[in-house]
Write a protein that binds this ligand. Structure first.
Ligand SMILES: NC(=O)c1ccc[n+]([C@@H]2O[C@H](COP(=O)([O-])OP(=O)(O)OC[C@H]3O[C@@H](n4cnc5c(N)ncnc54)[C@H](OP(=O)(O)O)[C@@H]3O)[C@@H](O)[C@H]2O)c1
Length: 220
């Protein structure tokens, strides 16, 4: 039977957060293309994931090919590589959903909110990619420490971005990854969610933990 699930590319999927999300989506039956600057590195990560999960759903490609071949593209690179990666894949993602999980951290002061001129990393991505791409921001508050195994995650995911239909598509991915997602509105709201990550890193440091998160309460 042919899968009706979208194929997901994870650009920077060799890293901590991207590999963790890939693990969870492969487990849920999604085909995933791990993207990297280096083909070998992408293929090695894909092989690892297939082996660990005993599935053949991961492939590894360079970022641009991964973006071309996927239906939904997830950008999972450090903020310092955000602009250059987006410029490289701009043509390949036209007409698609790009999920931006980037937090615009400025080391070494990662516990201090420092937003880019566009308002947020997600808005910057939208400016670079243009109006034919639906940029949706998600997962910024989910520590990678939660992702790389199958246990339930007791943190919520706030999904903001361009267009309700695109946000609903991404909410399906949140659910598939084993988390509770919320439609949190327009892309301008991404600033709040991205900024929250600096607060969570501060709370982690204060309490000597690694995976503080947030939960929405008061809604049945
Ligand atoms: N880690 C977390 O807990 C967490 C939580 C929420 C959100 N995030 C956000 O998710 C994104 C990824 O975080 P991460 O912790 O997974 O990062 P990471 O492990 O440091 O890096 C992810 C991948 O980005 C690529 N990369 C690194 N430097 C690059 C550069 N100069 N140019 C192009 N690509 C580069 C690398 O892939 P290749 O070498 O294979 O190209 C690397 O494996 C960040 O924006 C972060 O703010 C992270």
């Amino acid at each position: 039977m042919t899968s009706t699930l979208p194929t997901i590319a994870l650009l920077g999927g060799t890293g901590k957060e991207g590999k963790g999300l890939a693990y969870r989506w492969i487990k849920a039956g999604y085909s995933v293309i791990i993207g990297s600057r280096l083909l070998d590195k992408a293929q090695r990560t894909a092989r690892d994931l297939n082996e660990i999960l005993a599935k053949e759903l991961a492939d590894g490609q360079k970022n641009l090919i991964a973006a071309k071949r996927a239906d939904i593209i997830v950008l999972s690179v450090p903020y310092s590589a955000h602009k250059s990666t987006l410029e490289e894949i701009k043509d390949a993602v036209q007409g698609k959903i790009l999920v931006d999980i980037t937090v615009p951290l400025v080391p070494p002061k990662v516990t201090k909110v420092q937003m880019p001129k566009a308002g947020s990393a997600a808005q910057e991505a939208q400016e670079i990619l243009g109006k034919n791409v639906s940029v949706v921001a998600a997962f910024q508050n989910i520590s990678h420490e939660h992702l790389f195994d199958a246990h339930p995650i007791d943190c919520d995911v706030l999904v903001t971005g361009k267009g309700k239909a695109a946000r609903l598509e991404v909410l399906k991915l949140v659910k598939a990854a084993g988390m509770k997602g919320w439609d949190a509105g327009v892309i301008e709201n991404a600033a709040v969610v991205e900024g929250m990550t600096s607060l969570l890193i501060y709370i982690n440091k204060q309490n000597k933990v690694k995976s503080a998160g947030i939960k929405i309460t008061g809604v049945d």
